[in-house]
Write a protein that binds this ligand. Structure first.
Ligand SMILES: Cc1cc2nc3c(=O)[nH]c(=O)nc-3n(C[C@H](O)[C@H](O)[C@H](O)COP(=O)(O)OP(=O)(O)OC[C@H]3O[C@@H](n4cnc5c(N)ncnc54)[C@H](O)[C@@H]3O)c2cc1C
Length: 516
């Protein structure tokens, strides 16, 4: 593919992008999907069992919404939560793949094998005519003279890095979240280019201070785990001990605090399946006492809540022609200040993908097509590399990955990080670059830096602790801060409080569930 035209272009082929693709096709649109890796074989979902809330209408649903609102520190929106649950429940009723319903789950949920879920979705998308282009990283958006997004451009990894361009009536960003290359399972491609491309087009972000989600993993898990063992490597729910051998009662949070204090934490292997235990032993992850030393791994916005702000029920962004789905979207409306976990992130990927696909198809059907389109100039897209992307990535990681930076925040450390990251920005913007694979690496480095700055500025602004945003200088939630934050900007990052709750608008009635 070098230059083609379509109605809807989807960037990213994880669950959100694939649901967007089948939904746009079901609404009658011609659909093209590009993925920088192989669509359906990348991203965190492929690495494990996907859990989705599957809650029928009734008291269980009301209770789940209530619980999510409390857990989210009052920043969620009940109407959005109800929509997500309803959409997921409807779509799962039509799901023809294998599913395991958790007996007595609270809230009720189903488990799908992540890899087969994505394979089934990919096949479903191809069956309804979606054109999928693997190994086609998107680098920047195309806009018309009015600033409406009318396509995207990138390069073909498997065709001598030749450029590609897709002109489209609407574009859906489904490129996932940003985990700052921390080594979180499946998140090696979660580097934030979708957010950068959208902000370059003028889009706004929401909830970027809630980008400090951490997971627990074996110290040696930088070895790429085989998919059959990867699910067992999340040590979040294992019994955890400190170095004295005392069990940590409040497992996950106590473990993070202990690691932040410089203490060692170990996971017990009792409940771990044999295959995983053998894998861990083979890779030297088990110590002489038979325990697994664990480390904290930043999952950033992947398990956090920050991303592109949805501006309406169809997951349109604040830029015309541009829609967002999945982890690339700001999920404060559903998860509030808490991280997206426990079946809600999978439900969000499905429902936001469905709405974004349907919304993009409707927009494309009515949008006036103009012949003039220009690629947006982007940070790190220069023809020559004057700085090494690794130096940018190293700085970003220094200011994001350690618990003292993202788990225990303070005005002092945030201001210090912001100053250093800001100083790097002009260099990253103009001095990063290159051709072919170097261009992709440069763009990823620029995106990581941009995301770190948005997260840092938003975290500095929110002078309280709420959900996964923890400030040691403001350790409690503050009533005045029960507001959402928007942010954006490139050379100058801005943050503002949302003046009032954004209207949810009418339910999107146009969705016609596609049988997948
Ligand atoms: C460690 C970890 C484990 C998780 N496990 C689960 C789980 O088991 N179940 C679950 O429901 N959720 C899980 N999650 C949450 C999970 O991230 C989301 O539920 C889900 O994967 C989000 O789907 P997505 O489509 O938005 O993004 P992703 O799944 O991240 O997919 C994004 C896609 O976009 C592509 N892409 C990225 N940039 C570009 C670009 N520039 N151009 C083109 N393509 C691009 C990527 O290659 C990828 O295919 C986990 C998260 C973490 C951090």
């Amino acid at each position: 593919m070098s230059s083609i035209e379509t109605d809807v272009l989807i960037l990213g082929g994880g669950p959100a992008g694939l649901w967007a693709a089948v939904s746009a096709a079901a609404a009658g649109a011609r659909v093209v999907l590009v993925d920088k890796s192989r669509c359906g074989s990348a991203g965190p979902t492929v690495y494990g069992t996907t859990t989705l809330w599957d809650i029928p209408a009734g008291p269980a649903r009301a209770a789940a919404v209530e619980h999510a609102l409390v857990r989210g520190g009052g920043l969620g929106d009940p109407a959005w939560l109800h929509r997500v649950i309803e959409e997921t429940n409807q779509r799962l009723r039509q799901w023809s793949g294998t599913r395991v319903t958790e007996a007595g789950g609270d809230p009720p949920r189903v488990h799908l094998d992540g890899a087969s879920y994505l394979r089934r979705l990919r096949r479903g998308a191809l069956e309804v005519g979606v054109r999928i282009f693997d190994h086609h990283p998107a680098l920047n958006l195309l806009v018309d003279p009015a600033g409406t997004v009318v396509g995207a451009a990138g390069i073909q990894r498997h065709n001598r890095f030749r450029p590609w361009t897709v002109r489209a009536g609407a574009v859906v960003i489904a490129t996932g979240g940003c985990a700052f290359l921390s080594g979180a399972a499946g998140a090696e491609g979660s580097t934030g280019e979708g957010l950068l491309m959208a902000v370059e087009a003028g889009a706004e972000l929401a909830g970027m201070e809630f980008s400090s989600a951490y997971g627990l993993a074996p110290v040696l898990s930088r070895v790429r785990p085989h998919p059959t063992v990867a699910p067992g490597l999340s040590m979040r729910f294992a019994a955890l001990y400190d170095e004295s051998g005392a069990e940590l009662p409040d497992r996950y949070l106590a473990a993070l605090s202990a690691i932040a204090d410089g203490r060692r934490v170990y996971a017990a292997l009792d409940e771990v399946p044999d295959t995983v235990r053998h894998w861990l032993s083979r890779h030297g992850a088990v110590d002489a006492a038979g325990r697994v030393p664990v480390r904290a791994v930043l999952e950033g916005t992947v398990h956090g809540a920050g991303g592109l702000a949805p501006a309406g029920p169809d997951c349109a962004t604040t830029v015309r022609g541009l829609f967002v789905a999945g982890d690339a979207a700001g999920r404060e409306l559903v998860v509030g200040a808490a991280g997206a976990a426990g079946g809600l992130s999978g439900a969000w990927a499905l429902s936001s993908g469905s709405w974004a696909g349907t919304g993009a198809a409707a927009f494309a059907a009515t949008a006036e097509r103009v012949s003039v389109a220009r690629p947006l100039a982007g940070a790190g897209l220069g023809p020559h590399a004057h700085i090494d992307p690794r130096s940018v990535i190293g700085l970003v990681q220094e200011h994001t990955l350690p618990l003292r930076r993202s788990y225990r925040r303070s005005a002092g450390s945030l201001a210090d990080s912001i100053a250093e990251l800001d100083t790097m920005w002009p260099g990253a913007q103009f001095e990063l670059g290159g051709l072919g694979a170097a261009q992709v690496r440069a763009r990823q480095a620029a995106a990581l830096l941009a995301v770190a700055r948005w997260a840092g500025y938003s975290a500095l602004e929110r002078a309280e602790s709420r959900g996964i945003h923890r400030r040691i200088d403001h350790p409690e939630p503050v009533a005045d801060w029960r507001v959402r934050l928007r942010c954006g900007g490139l050379d100058e990052v801005w943050v503002r409080r949302e003046a009032s709750r954004e209207p949810v608008g009418a339910e999107l009635t146009a969705t016609r569930p596609a049988a997948v």
